[in-house]
Ligand binder design. Structure first.
Ligand code: ATP
Length: 332
């Protein structure tokens, strides 16, 4: 099986090394087609996303990537956003669950976020009106809203979940968020037995901090989804633990929710769990749920022992040692 791989920068290469070892431990025969992207690629090839990377993705239909730094306020626009747009990877799916004995005030969090991945304020339509004024246009379409909302309802149906929570600010953005909300109401009519719960983004933040156990499936627009995923990550031990999938009609790219974490890069401090769980999601996607489960089980077991905690969880175990623990657990 061939998988396109972008190691990324910052902590990317360290966590990707861990990913390769763990994925290979499943016994699957994997050939990695590896490409640089972002600032590193620009230095080597004069482009942020090399043509060969596109060719590999289009051939393999499946990719996994480490974080690629997006410069703030200047320079090239996000490689992550560019890939999502080019391949119309409209569903950004982020499961948030407490693992093992990871320190958390909330033992019962088990939420999956369906984030629309291609429009909203990420449409990139920004305009400098004058030196002291800039505008950004929020784009919401019926077609793109409906397909992500359906994805969330289908997931709820398949997993016997009786409620889907749609998050907007439709009381203020009556046209854009109003449209997204209306699409949710329309879609919900076709799913008997699944309740649509409507929550405004500000209230959602408070509810998640106070009663996260009340939520199972959340569907929302691009920017709210990005912010809610980091908030939810914080409920269960932080960004080092949360995986993600970017899924389109016939191509999918998997990646951790976290970014390149330059503060800890190259120091053997990164927790690879998020990218390992992203690898497990990839294996589910291609029909190897058993192998995906073997990775998840090993992570659950390893993180049930506080001696195995990485630095950001309050422990002393580095990226390499943590990976060894997972590999040993998979052998058992
Ligand atoms: P981006 O905007 O690129 O998504 P971000 O602002 O969300 O990035 P990150 O780089 O994801 O920021 O990380 C924020 C902080 O969380 C880091 O500085 C780091 O301390 C911590 N962190 C993120 N990922 C990990 C990880 N895998 N292991 C340990 N700590 C992490």
């Amino acid at each position: 099986m061939k998988i396109t791989l972008i190691p990324g920068d910052g902590i990317g290469p360290e966590i990707i090394k861990s990913l390769k070892a763990v994925m290979e431990k499943t016994g699957l025969d994997i050939t990695w087609e590896e490409y640089v992207a972002g600032a590193d690629a620009y230095k080597k090839t004069g482009t942020y996303l090399p043509e060969e990377l596109f060719q590999s993705l289009e051939k393999n239909k499946i990719g996994i990537k480490g974080p690629v730094t997006t410069p703030i306020g200047e320079g090239f626009s996000s490689v992550n956003v560019a890939l999502r747009k080019k391949y119309d990877l409209y569903a950004n799916i982020r499961p948030v669950k407490r693992i093992g004995k990871v320190p958390s005030l909330y033992p019962n969090v088990d939420i999956i976020i369906f984030r629309e991945n291609t429009e909203d304020l990420y449409a990139g339509i920004e305009k400098q009106i004058s030196p002291t004024e800039a505008h950004s246009i929020k784009v919401i379409t019926q077609e793109k809203s409906i397909r992500i909302i359906k994805k969330a309802f289908d997931y709820a149906k398949e997993h016997g979940i009786e409620k889907v929570t749609v998050v907007t600010k439709a009381n203020i953005m009556k046209l854009t968020d109003g449209l997204f909300l209306q699409c949710a109401r329309d879609v919900a009519k076709n799913y008997k037995g699944i309740q649509l719960e409507e929550v405004l983004i500000d209230n959602m933040c408070m509810q998640l901090v106070m009663h996260p156990e009340n939520y199972k499936v959340i569907v929302t627009e691009n920017l709210y989804g990005d912010i809610l995923s980091d908030l939810c990550a914080g409920l269960v031990g932080g960004l080092g633990l949360i995986p993600g999938a970017n899924i389109g009609e016939n191509l999918a790219i998997f990646e951790a929710v976290h970014g390149s974490a330059p503060d800890i890069a190259g120091k053997d401090l990164a927790n690879p769990t998020a990218i390992l769980l992203s690898g497990a999601m990839l294996l589910d996607y291609i029909g190897h749920e058993d192998k995906g489960n073997s990775i998840r089980k090993a992570i659950e077991k390893v993180l049930s022992n506080t001696d195995n905690f990485t630095y950001e969880l309050g422990g002393k175990v580095g990226t390499r040692e943590f990976t060894t623990c997972i590999l040993k657990e998979m052998e058992r």
